[in-house]
Ligand binder design. Sequence first.
Ligand SMILES: Nc1ncnc2c1ncn2[C@@H]1O[C@H](COP(=O)(O)OP(=O)(O)OP(=O)(O)O)[C@@H](O)[C@H]1O
Ligand SMILES: O=P(O)(O)OC[C@H]1O[C@](O)(CO)[C@@H](O)[C@@H]1O
Length: 151
Amino acid sequence: MSVQKIAVLTSGGDSQGMNAAVRAVVRSGLFYGLEVYGIQRGYQGLLNDDIFSMDLRSVGDIIQRGGTVLQSARCKEFMTPEGQQKGAEILRKRGIDGLVVIGGDGSYHGANKLSKLGINTMALLERLITIFLSLISRSDLILRLVLLWMQ
Ligand SMILES: Nc1ncnc2c1ncn2[C@@H]1O[C@H](COP(=O)(O)OP(=O)(O)OP(=O)(O)O)[C@@H](O)[C@H]1O
Ligand SMILES: O=P(O)(O)OC[C@H]1O[C@](O)(CO)[C@@H](O)[C@@H]1O
């Protein structure tokens, strides 16, 4: 059965690019006809069932802002097998069949644990987002230099 409801969370230390990633996940998900949910404060929010429906406007005007509109957290309880089981059950109870995790290595390991419990997960790593953004800003710099040279 294909994925119909997805959720997105940001986890660990907040970083530049997280809002852009959240926006991309929400808008792409909606474009492909999925129901999209946001989870506040990372795995802690998941365990608190702090989950809400997101639409196109939920991520409007955030791409230029630092931090993360979903807020981030570190969660000790989620490090335990019981915590991971609880997280998987909350997602299942809500019928959420895909989870996108935006964070660093630790968050990726957490996503892996959920995946072993049968939840489809995708982890977007901060480091890759940062590299991607730095490539964009460098190409922007090159474009500016070319424009300057043409004048
Ligand atoms: N091995 C693990 N198993 C399950 N969950 C984990 C594991 N490692 C980390 N997590 C979960 O992910 C959260 C964030 O991890 P961590 O604090 O290592 O940040 P990170 O994702 O590596 O980001 P940063 O780069 O900002 O440190 C932890 O608080 C915990 O809830
Ligand atoms: O929702 P997005 O794609 O971030 O765009 C937000 C921008 O679009 C507008 O709503 C209309 O151009 C601006 O006021 C705002 O800065």
